[in-house]
Design a protein around this ligand. Structure first.
Ligand code: ADP
Ligand code: MG
Length: 693
């Protein structure tokens, strides 16, 4: 495989634009992309023509506006290039109008009340900052998706708006440090975790099929602790999958970089090299899609759910985030000169303030029914936000907060703007893997997002809250008479105010929960607790101020997410009840009959059957519980249907459906351990987790 040759071969990238577009059009389009602006409609026809010629040369037959509805996945509606010119002849056409804006029947996408049914049309508009690409012989045009009145119905539009906000505010602040730049961008590298299992086994587990996770399953005797799977040898079938995945991603211009086994059996990770945030978001969506598709080609199923197996490590998506200028200066990298260091410390302080003031928003940005099973387990960060900085940086901030360094402390006081920071190790060994938000040398790693999460929302939030912090800093510094003094005071005071969010200890420990409570940090243990805060006044003010989301748009997002929660739990409850009634209950009763038969037989030849009797008695008791819990769950799903209001419905799903499923599961799992292997109607955890040979 000639990697440089195939890399980006399915992307209408810079080289292809140069080749297929007239020079003036190329320059104009480049400017649009660099400035992050909308495309000038006057050049759209020419761009479309070039794009079509390129796409046809690659064998494409269709085009689609590829967008990311609020459900978090991607959507596309294919149209062919074919246009008749006579009865027997056709031509392949693609116009500027087709490129710039598409009309999609939006009624099948959630709008959270934004789009009344009589105006079912939504508009998708090309995002020229993200290049078009070809997938399945279809030219895909990355687009934003809006309602008739221009309200955003997708994950991309607010992300693009948040990029403008962070660009605006960061440039404003940089100016005070004498730095002029064309643009400040957020860069993101999303590490993607996933499970691979055999698809034959997968298809025998309707819970995995319909819900993405197992609703029951007893732990295998060989637990993951004994496995040594992490960074272990990659099995040949998995290796073949990874190779093909890399190849397909490279063709799409995605810098798939590292692949390795993860902690749990059958769990793996893929990390790309980071890119500008909106491209990274597109790429992560494509990566997830490709993972599923290519897995199927290898007789595998790719599970992207946050917690496919209870008691086994879940999957996350580490969102590595940094800010840089268009010229490549990383604003999260400690600099070499005092002035660069001062800027670094100021931005760091801004992020600390932003995270502390918006714990709720960051928590909301990763809320999903799947992630509720993961956050706060002993393998993933807790639902409580805190920042890990590493001891070196923490010591520096301590010194700043202490003001004058006490005599008995050997450290010299750091004079911001005048001294050089001590060298910070980029890959320090005390990196804390338990922290939800960790500084890792030149970027922050947000570890709360779940594996299936679109990174559009967390990054939209990151950009907006940091934009707000930087904006408040500029407000102060622009008015300062003595810049140096004002800067020192600003950093000092802000750190003092927000120091409670900094924590370097073990975030998995119970003591941290107590400590966090003492510090007054927020702890939303689940999606339904977190989501109502989306529309808190503070948040509406923030999003409106920076032009990222309007009050109506936030409310619609909240609505969609809550509905999604209720629907997911509804599907789980129905699936579970169905499997118990149709498969598990009959299997259990079958075993009872077998035992009873056995006892009857024995009675005639050998009148001792204590074992069978004891087993029968255990199984009978559990079956009684099983049936009772099943009926309760079925009743609860019926009652759930009657609740019309969004929030009460979600609350009911959480408090009743969720709890009833947990209770039922416990009984099912115990029965699984009692029944003979041959009589259990579903593949067990051991059979699933070790299904790939
Ligand atoms: P880990 O030890 O967590 O695997 P890596 O150093 O491998 O961390 O990086 C993880 C991800 O962070 C990769 O996707 C990488 O491209 C990305 N990354 C590296 N530098 C930056 C940066 N400055 N901004 C954003 N992401 C970055
Ligand atoms: Mg990581």
């Amino acid at each position: 495989m000639n990697v440089p040759e195939i890399f980006g071969s399915l992307v209408f990238n810079d080289a292809m634009m140069k080749k297929y577009l007239p020079e003036q059009i190329y320059i104009s389009l480049k400017n649009t992309a660099l400035k992050g602006e909308r495309l000038d409609p006057h050049i759209a026809d020419e761009v479309a023509k070039g794009m079509r010629d390129w796409a046809l040369s690659k064998g494409a037959t269709h085009f689609t506006h590829w967008f990311q509805p609020m459900t978090g996945s991607t959507a596309e509606k294919h149209d062919s290039f074919v246009r008749p010119i006579s009865e027997s002849e056709i031509t392949m056409e693609f116009s500027g109008k087709n490129l710039i804006a598409g009309e999609a029947d939006a009624s099948s996408f959630p709008s959270g009340g934004l789009r009344a049914t009589f105006e079912a049309r939504g508009y998708s508009a090309w995002d020229p900052t993200s290049p078009a690409f070809i997938k399945d012989k279809t030219l895909c045009i990355p687009t934003a998706f809006c309602s008739y009145r221009g309200e955003s119905l997708d994950k991309k539009t607010p992300l693009l708006r948040s990029q403008e906000a962070i660009d605006r505010q960061a440039r404003r602040l940089l100016k005070l440090f004498g730095i002029e730049t064309r643009r400040v961008v957020a860069n993101v590298g999303a590490e993607q975790e996933y499970f691979l299992i055999d698809d034959q086994v997968w298809s025998k587990r309707p819970d995995l099929l319909y819900c993405g996770r197992t609703l029951f399953g007893a732990m295998p005797p060989k637990g993951q602790d004994m496995d040594g799977h992490y960074y272990g040898q990659i099995k040949p079938r998995v290796h073949a999958f990874m190779q093909e995945l890399d190849e397909e991603l490279w063709k799409l211009g995605i810098l798939a970089n590292t692949e390795h086994n993860e902690v749990a059996p059958a769990q793996h990770e893929l990390a790309p090299i980071y890119a500008t945030v909106n491209i990274a978001t597109d790429h992560n969506q494509l990566t997830m899609e490709m993972m599923k598709k290519i897995a199927a080609r290898h007789g595998l199923a790719c599970l992207l759910h946050e917690k496919p197996f209870k008691g086994v490590n879940g999957s996350g998506k580490h969102n590595n985030w940094s800010l840089s200028t268009a010229e490549g200066l990383n604003l999260l990298k400690p600099g070499k000169t005092p002035s660069q260091n001062a800027l670094f410390l100021l931005i760091l302080t801004g992020i600390i303030k932003a995270v502390d003031e918006n714990q709720d928003l960051l928590r909301i940005s990763v809320s999903s029914p799947g992630n509720d099973h993961r956050l706060g387990g002993n393998e993933a960060p807790p639902a409580i936000l805190s920042i890990f900085l590493g001891s070196e940086l923490e010591n520096i901030l301590e010194d700043i907060m202490a003001g004058e360094t006490p005599e008995d402390r050997p450290r010299t006081r750091l004079n911001i703007g005048a001294s050089v920071l001590p060298e910070l190790p980029c890959d320090s060994t005390d990196r804390n893997r338990t922290s939800p938000f960790a500084f890792t040398g030149n970027k922050f790693e947000f570890r709360m997002p779940g594996s299936s999460c679109s990174i559009g929302c967390p990054n939209m939030i990151m950009n907006t809250i940091v934009a707000e912090a930087l904006s408040s800093f500029s407000d102060v510094l622009e008015q300062a008479e003595d810049f140096q003094k004002a800067l020192n005071k600003l950093i000092h005071d802000t750190l003092i105010r927000h120091r409670r969010i900094i924590y370097g200890g073990n975030n998995y420990a119970e003591q941290w929960r107590e400590e966090a409570l003492r510090r007054g940090l927020e702890n939303f243990t689940n999606t339904v607790e977190a989501l109502p805060h989306y529309t808190d006044e503070k948040n509406v003010r923030l999003f409106e101020k920076h032009g990222v989301l309007s009050a109506a748009e936030i409310a619609s997002r909240q609505e969609v997410l809550l509905e999604n929660y209720t629907k997911s739990l509804g599907v789980e409850a129905l699936t579970f009840a169905n499997l118990v009634r149709k498969d598990i209950l009959p299997a259990v009763i079958g075993y009872q009959s077998l035992l009873a038969e056995e006892m009857k037989l024995k009675k005639e030849v050998y009148p001792s059957y204590e074992v069978e009797q004891e087993l029968l008695s255990d199984v009978c008791k559990l079956t009684g519980t099983l049936y009772k819990q099943l009926k309760e769950l079925e009743d609860a799903t019926e009652r759930a249907k009657e609740i019309e209001e969004t929030l009460p419905a979600a609350e009911y799903a959480r408090s009743v459906l969720f709890t009833k499923m947990e209770e039922l599961r416990e009984t099912v799992d115990t029965l699984e351990t009692l029944l003979p292997r041959k009589m259990w109607p579903f593949p067990t955890y051991a059979e699933i987790l070790y299904s790939v040979k």
